[in-house]
Write a protein that binds this ligand. Sequence first.
Ligand code: GLA
Length: 333
Amino acid sequence: MASVTRAVFGELPSGGGTVEKFQLQSDLLRVDIISWGCTITALEVKDRQGRASDVVLGFAELEGYLQKQPYFGAVIGRVANRIAKGTFKVDGKEYHLAINKEPNSLHGGVRGFDKVLWTPWVLSNGVQFSRVSPDGEEGYPGELKVWVTYTLDGGELVVNYRAQASQATPVNLTNHSYFNLAGQGSPNIYGHEVTIEADTYLPVDETLIPIGEVAPVQGTAFDLRKPVELGKHLQDFQLNGFDHNFCLKGSKEKHFCARVHHAASGRVLEVYTTQPGVQFYTGNFLDGTLKGKNGAVYPKHSGFCLETQNWPDAVNQFCFQHGIIWRTHRILL
Ligand code: GLA
């Protein structure tokens, strides 16, 4: 069983409303979630010696979340990840979104679901947030009703997403928590062992849009089917980090996605999902300039995200929508 408590987290400027914090507590986990962006602001879990640490990056105060920052802990929508050139067609009509990460649209646009106040509803073991995204919001077609529910049961935090559209519109919701199982504020994630249950991944162009190929991980740096130690792995393959979609093997039923083990603390994160993909992102754009909780600064590679979702740019990539496994063979001339 979990208990739920409710408190004020802060006031939005210019009478924008009150942001509340919901604390879910079980015998194994404590999680804080605020009504601004349905954001997870803290996740406390014990190490093998029984010492509790907060394992997600974030800010102590509301002001931190209102500044320009890389989606710490938030729910992302309407469409997580990138839409090429911010353009897509639905039912023959072309739509144009703001280009907020040149030359593409990223994470729902200028004011995505992470930057709005949601309406909370307390549950016996969690909290449900809802909102109506109006027709045309951020350039997307149709009105969209959205519900995001967090529930806690022992060591399992479940995030459930539901959306109802008044007309055809792309929707791809995820949570953008940055984890560091050594405790947030630890300088890097190199000592973490990562496993991702994917035989294929999506190679991307220089703007991080998938090039349309579903490539086998076999024999590449993307083969994470057996645990790899992140620091050594990045070094061995001379990688700047991961920011890629891994194509999951499971069906539409809940299936295993990834496991991250931090041997020094004994903490383990396991991720399960009903989605066909996961964006594994190693905090490559973090640069140490943000002031985080407890005086933490967040340098490059100081947190990782496992964003379960549909494949990026699916609205523009026919074969991604229909689950066709497409392998292009590059011919070198
Ligand atoms: C996602 C993207 C990254 C980056 C972060 C936010 O994980 O894939 O490229 O934009 O969000 O900084």
